[in-house]
Design a protein around this ligand. Structure first.
Ligand SMILES: Cc1cc2nc3c(=O)[nH]c(=O)nc-3n(C[C@H](O)[C@H](O)[C@H](O)COP(=O)(O)OP(=O)(O)OC[C@H]3O[C@@H](n4cnc5c(N)ncnc54)[C@H](O)[C@@H]3O)c2cc1C
Length: 288
């Protein structure tokens, strides 16, 4: 028997049942959604299989996808395949749909979930930048109650989340793209599919009377978590998008990130690409 075969799979039928199991250390299991991160970690020995795994994939409460006034509500169990195609997501959070469409390949998109992407707490998770530029919130639940936290403060560090052991990620609340605003997403990796990003990011911005009225930009794989580039954002407000603005923003973005070198890229390349990405986002915004 291998180590994985010794894991007990808990199969709650409802969210309430799942939270009840998680409330007690003696019955708690490691949440298992699509398993596209966990199964790889267990099989490769990066992380040992846990004594108990909590199968949350089929919980109906985690599958919702709806528009609630000007907020898109997306359950933690919604897959990348659904995110990339759902008309509500394509219309109201297009960079999230675009990011989901570029995750792995069709098999990974069919299984991987938005809750698993954020729950994995990797700086290379492709969905986080789109949630950050939209000022999205994550809703967590336990038998003690529910709470909502901005995704920006939920991501505490490399593999670290503001998530208690008895809590589950239940859903995301994403403010919709405001009228007149535009979003974009771009990923740089060694190839178009099945590749973890070297650097990726999203922006949400709006031009009014020829000047930048709103600009949010977030990058991943350039710090221990995906980050908003607040310094660049503030500097850009009120500026026209001309060659000085593009050059200034590119330089400031490169200065604001804190990339590391790893097997996927050097810190210098990531810093340079961060500047170029922000420049390309502004060029896209200017031509919209
Ligand atoms: C071949 C391959 C290619 C990939 N390509 C990409 C890529 O291009 N871009 C990218 O971003 N990722 C990629 N991934 C990583 C992975 O597919 C995603 O991160 C995926 O979104 C994880 O979701 P999941 O549902 O499979 O998570 P799981 O593996 O089930 O879980 C991941 C983590 O999140 C926790 N978790 C899951 N759901 C919850 C919840 N509701 N509440 C609390 N904790 C929870 C789990 O306990 C675990 O720690 C790839 C993986 C593979 C194997």
């Amino acid at each position: 028997m291998n180590a994985l075969e010794q894991t007990i799979l808990l199969e709650p039928a409802t969210l309430a049942e799942a939270l009840q199991l998680q409330a007690d250390e003696a019955t708690r299991g490691l949440p298992l959604a699509g398993g596209t991160d966990l199964m790889v970690q267990w099989e490769s020995g990066v992380r040992p299989p846990p004594p108990r795994a909590l199968n949350i994939k089929s919980l109906p409460e985690l599958r919702e996808l709806q528009l609630d006034n000007s907020t898109l509500v997306i359950g933690a169990g919604v897959t990348h395949a659904t995110l990339r195609r759902a008309p509500l997501v394509c219309e109201h959070a297009p960079s999230l749909a675009h990011a989901a469409a570029e995750i792995g390949g069709a098999q990974i998109q069919a299984l991987g979930t938005i809750g698993g992407s954020i729950g994995n707490a990797s700086p290379a998770g492709d969905l986080a930048p789109s949630l950050l530029v939209a000022d999205a919130e994550v809703e967590l639940a336990s038998v003690r109650g529910a709470r909502r936290v901005p995704v920006a403060s939920f991501l505490l560090g490399y593999r670290k989340l503001d998530l208690a052991p008895d809590e589950l990620i239940v859903r995301f609340h994403i403010p919709v793209l405001p009228p007149g605003a535009r979003e974009g997403w771009r990923k740089l990796g060694p190839r178009a599919a099945q590749a973890i990003s070297k650097v990726m990011g999203s922006y949400r911005g709006r031009i009014e009377n020829g000047r930048i009225a709103q600009f949010a930009v977030a990058l991943g794989s350039v710090a221990p978590t995906a980050i908003r580039l607040r310094g660049v954002e503030q500097w850009l407000i009120g500026r026209a998008i001309d060659s000085d603005t593009l050059a200034g923003a590119e330089q400031r973005a490169a200065d604001e990130v804190h990339p590391i070198a790893d097997i996927r890229s050097t810190a210098e390349y990531r810093r340079w690409v961060s500047g170029r990405l922000v420049r390309s986002f502004l060029e896209q915004l200017a031509t919209s």
